[in-house]
Ligand binder design. Structure first.
Ligand SMILES: C[S@@+](CC[C@H](N)C(=O)[O-])C[C@H]1O[C@@H](n2cnc3c(N)ncnc32)[C@H](O)[C@@H]1O
Length: 272
């Protein structure tokens, strides 16, 4: 495996932090391990060569490859179940009531391979099937990793992942394809728009959102990027809208003007 010298390590840490917000200060071995295959594939013998080629690569392909390797995409269906109970029992009914027959915009920011956004889509679909009065739903799902997004768009998962879903939803929304995989139902997929998006840049689309899930993303960020992201998420939340972060990423009172309404759930209580 090719090792990083101090200068190369500092250069990569600074590049990733300033472009993507991710803090790799204590992750030298992780970078070396995860980049090993890319270095080999390109026949490179040092990280200096990699960084030089990457900076000259106008297509952005190498930077994309690097971010695919560096990001941690761990996720699963109904991760942090307390959030999904709160969504089902309180947050979605509150939003649907408030938005009437208008549009409800949902954003899964840092959706990884899609399990989070499909879990939300299952809640919404269940609502719809119960004949409840509800607004039109638009769901945007974004991630910086093109590789993770591709899997999200495909919506095909190993059978083992069914375990975290309630039995009736496994039967209704998941179709076993072969001995190893299942596909999520088309009814979940049709109103989700997947996009590659860097959370260090302007939010996707001109819309403001009624519900934002940005969970287990800023846990990897440095302090400054985390602050910037929180401000940005706050700005694109509609009055009455909700922001969900990971339970390990709770927002301090001095970090946000949003009101904590459940653990790791915040509401924009401004009226306009
Ligand atoms: C651990 S996963 C979390 C997935 C899901 N939200 C969950 O809670 O299970 C973190 C995701 O954040 C994405 N990510 C990290 N930095 C990002 C950035 N600057 N912009 C957009 N996505 C980013 C990673 O690619 C990864 O897929």
């Amino acid at each position: 495996m090719i090792r990083l010298n101090n200068r190369e390590f500092e250069e990569i840490v600074s590049y990733i932090r300033s472009n993507y917000g991710i803090n790799l200060e204590k992750k030298q071995v992780l970078i070396e391990c995860r980049m090993a295959r890319e270095m080999e594939k390109r026949g490179l013998t040092s990280f200096t060569q990699y960084m030089e080629q990457m900076r000259n690569d106008r297509s952005g392909e190498m930077a994309g490859e690097m971010i695919n390797r560096i990001t941690t995409n761990y996720t699963y269906f109904m991760r942090e179940p307390a959030h999904f109970s709160a969504l089902y029992n309180d947050i979605l009914p509150d939003l649907f009531e408030d938005r009437g027959m208008g549009i409800c915009n949902i954003w899964s920011a840092g959706c990884s391979t899609g399990e989070e956004v499909y879990s939300v889509a299952m809640l919404v679909q269940d609502y719809r099937e119960r004949g409840a009065r509800m607004p039109g739903i638009r769901i945007t799902a974004t991630d910086i990793s093109g590789e993770a997004l591709k899997k999200a768009e495909e919506g095909i998962y190993p059978l083992k992942e069914l375990e975290s879903l309630p039995g009736p939803w496994q039967r209704k929304y998941c179709h076993v394809r072969d001995g190893n995989t299942f596909a999520v139902d088309e009814r979940l997929r049709y109103n989700i728009r997947f996009r590659r998006h860097n959370l260090m840049e302007q939010p996707p689309g001109a819309d403001k959102y009624d519900l934002i899930l940005c969970r287990n993303v800023m846990i990897y960020f440095d302090r400054q990027s985390r602050g910037r992201l929180i401000r940005q998420l706050e700005q694109c939340l509609k009055p009455g809208g909700y922001l969900l972060v990971g339970h390990a990423e709770l927002l301090a009172a001095d970090e946000t003007g949003l009101k904590a309404v459940y653990p790791a759930v915040y509401k924009n209580i401004k009226t306009r």
